[in-house]
Design a protein around this ligand. Sequence first.
Ligand SMILES: [Zn+2]
Length: 565
Amino acid sequence: MPNGRLGETSGNRIPTMRASRRDFLKSVPGLTLAGIAVTRPELILHNGKIRTMDRRLPLAEAVAISGGRFLAVGDNEDVLRLATASTKKINLAGATVVPGFIDAHTHPVYSGIRHLRWVDCDLRTISAIQDAIRAKAQRTPPGEWVIGFKYDDTKTSERRKLTRKDLDEAVPDHPVFIEHRGGHTAYVNSAAFAAAGITKTTPDPPGGRFDRGPAGQLTGGIAETANKPFWKLIPTDYTRDEYRQGAKLISEMMTRTGITSVTDAEGTPDFLRAYQDARDAGEMLFRVYCFLVYDSLDEMIAAGIRTRLGDNRVRVGAIKLVCDGSISERTARLSEPYVGQPDYYGILVTDEDELYEQARQAHYADWQIGTHANGDVAIDITLRVYERLRREHPRKDTRFRLEHCTVINDSLVERIRALHAIVNPFSTYVYYHGEKMVHYGEERLNHMFAVRSFLDAGIVVTETSDYPPGPFEPMMALQSSVTRTDSNGKLWGPKQRITIEEALRVATVNGAYASYEEDIKGSIEPGKLADLVVLGKDPVEVDPFEIINIPIERTMVNGRWVFEA
Ligand SMILES: [Zn+2]
């Protein structure tokens, strides 16, 4: 069970496992063993410091693995005794082992495809971005789009936003669309505005904004629903092969950092197929719980599909709904204005009636729901929708999810607890996006990414990157949650600090619960899937400000090494 109180039971364990473990424990203290038919370990890792996240045996020295599952966990002597002539043994030489990390909200195929096809604009000057898109334009036929991603307006040394003029200077003859790494805003050139038919007299769409100069002229920035006319034009004619390659590439990038499971928080049918294609080709290194966008709900219901369909590699997740804007791009809908902008409260993308209609459809069709809600206004609306659904149509073990759930207060926390909802806050933002935190202010930061408050209330809270918006390295997430200190050494919201032990549970056990998979993963215990990470140092022992530097030595998924340094 994840941290804290949970009103609902966690489901079915394999009864034979439990019985036989109990029997075995009678004879061998300090060892837990699965009662599965296979008794010959294929592999034994021994002489390690295994932080199992299993409360019955938190620390172990050795683990036996067979058929992609943990067979036994315990001290060296007891586990090594199970070895046969064909068992491979690896001496960990004291290295620390933890369960594979679970990134409970990220965008894998979405970013994998971008890494394959687009210009990575995670660069430190505007001129470097200009050079990168100029080079891409030279390889692109005139008139076709040049597209960038991972641009961040606060990470360039000029400390200002990209403008239409910057982009026109670099690339005059192609429409250019540079996506902010947050994904809610973008920057376009004159050719792009012309292609989309948008002029200075075009009004802002509901739920969106075109940035303008003093005379109303378009300056290049676009926000939220103002992206839509551009999205219609940007080619997304990726082949089935490219989707599969996107899944493969991102799974390689992520498993290298210790991630063994991800939740795709905004999947489409194309993404779902990509994961299956990559799995079938033996190329997908992690496991995925794949949300589906609301637009695909009708066809999913018609096909008889709902949350949890699938296997240990690819499983159908929740329906994704969106209530408000983004934290990193300062469009989250807040009850108090942004610092220094007394009239600006952010953007509500979906109003309550519409959100209720969407959620009702999913809830009545037995889907889990994950709603993007960053600001306290959006969280309040989302909770009202969930509370109404629970009243009107109670269901067992709904596990309503609040994606991000960034800015909270005591009454919101109490309502989340009462609903047994799961919260999925950004885990690397304090460390990585520190320079944006001034827009929220020091006091408000004590109520943001509020993992301490959630844990204290007994709410299941997970680790998430939201990559691309946040970096996905679990070591950065751990350090950020434990120190609440950004990369420049500034402390943000110290009241929300958690311990490293708590952060490790959040990143493993709790992530498994959020996808209804607590019986098969999240901890190193007999019968569970053999997903683990070997670390160069013990995160519990090192200086908290050095956690980010801990090397990932090996990553195992399903009993197989998918990364070895
Ligand atoms: Zn997201």
